[in-house]
Write a protein that binds this ligand. Structure first.
Ligand code: SF4
Length: 278
């Protein structure tokens, strides 16, 4: 794992995410190394030769760049993060996200954080000092063997579920981003039934087979779920109706169970950028 300390010129960046006016990415690169990560496009801005998941640039001056006294962010929303995980393992050492949060408290933005790591629990004391703060976990599967295959260094399924429970106990609003939904693998109903007593809202996103991840996903299927290879080819063929049906199923289920939900499916347009991803 190549870790490099870098200095940057700005840290709160205007965002085109539907959820955020601004976004903060404390790191470039991500140790979690998810096979489906769309943020791997970031690699081309770094000069790194290591594969995605094997390098992290640490923005060591990140918290110094947050202004001390401004109303600029007061009624604005800030998302942490969009192209990295703010609580990936290296955060344990550098505490960059923690330092950023400390500097954001006086500015009181609407804050949302997205992670796959239970390290987030460390900062509950800080979340409590925001008037509006939401912590979202993303989760794709309940089976930890598959989780390890697709998100090698992320927290285990149990750790994430426990972290959500603890956040809920601490009265921090939570969301669960069921993302990405792997056809025939992600059992989103089961995930909801297991978590609905401590999750405030659900977000859903389908697996997008971008050209940068397509080979990796099919390799994973051939090695772990060979019976699904042909099914995926059909699902991802031009005239497939799979995601329309899945979207309707989710809408109906959420309506029937009175769940707050948002669906970020990208089968109707050619989005390159996904709305919110850690
Ligand atoms: S945790 Fe998020 S940013 Fe990190 S590799 Fe996984 S999808 Fe990408």
């Amino acid at each position: 794992m190549k870790i490099k300390e870098i200095k940057v010129k700005s840290i709160i960046v205007k965002s085109n995410l539907p959820e955020g006016d601004f976004v903060i990415n404390p790191y470039i690169g991500c140790q979690h190394g998810c096979k489906y990560c769309y943020a791997r496009f970031m690699k081309r801005f770094t000069g790194h030769t290591e594969p995605w998941g094997f390098f992290v640039d640490v923005k060591i001056n990140a918290s110094d760049l947050i202004p001390e006294d401004t109303n600029k962010y007061k009624d604005k929303s800030i998302v942490i993060s969009s192209v990295t995980d703010p609580y990936q393992p290296i955060e344990r050492k550098y505490k960059l996200t923690r330092k950023i949060l400390e500097r954001l408290i006086p500015l009181q933005p609407h804050l949302s954080l997205m992670t796959k790591s239970d390290l987030v629990i460390r900062d509950v004391d800080l979340f409590k000092q925001f008037k509006d703060c939401l912590v979202a976990f993303s989760l794709s599967v309940l089976d930890d063997k598959t989780r390890k295959e697709i998100e090698p260094l992320s927290s285990s399924v149990d750790k994430r579920i426990n972290a959500l429970k603890n956040l809920h106990k601490a009265n921090i609003p939570t969301a669960l981003f069921i993302s990405p939904i792997f056809p025939e693998i992600t059992d989103w109903k089961k995930i909801i039934n297991k978590t609905k007593s401590f999750v405030g809202e659900y977000w859903f996103e389908n697996l997008n087979l971008y050209s940068s991840i397509k080979n990796g996903i099919y390799r994973f299927l051939r090695e772990n779920k060979p019976e699904l290879v042909e099914k995926y080819k059909k699902i991802y063929s031009k005239d497939s109706n799979y995601w329309n049906i899945e979207e309707n199923n989710i809408n109906e289920f959420c309506k029937k169970n009175k769940l707050n939900c948002r669906i970020y499916f990208h089968h109707k347009t050619n989005h390159v950028q996904q709305p919110l991803k850690n």
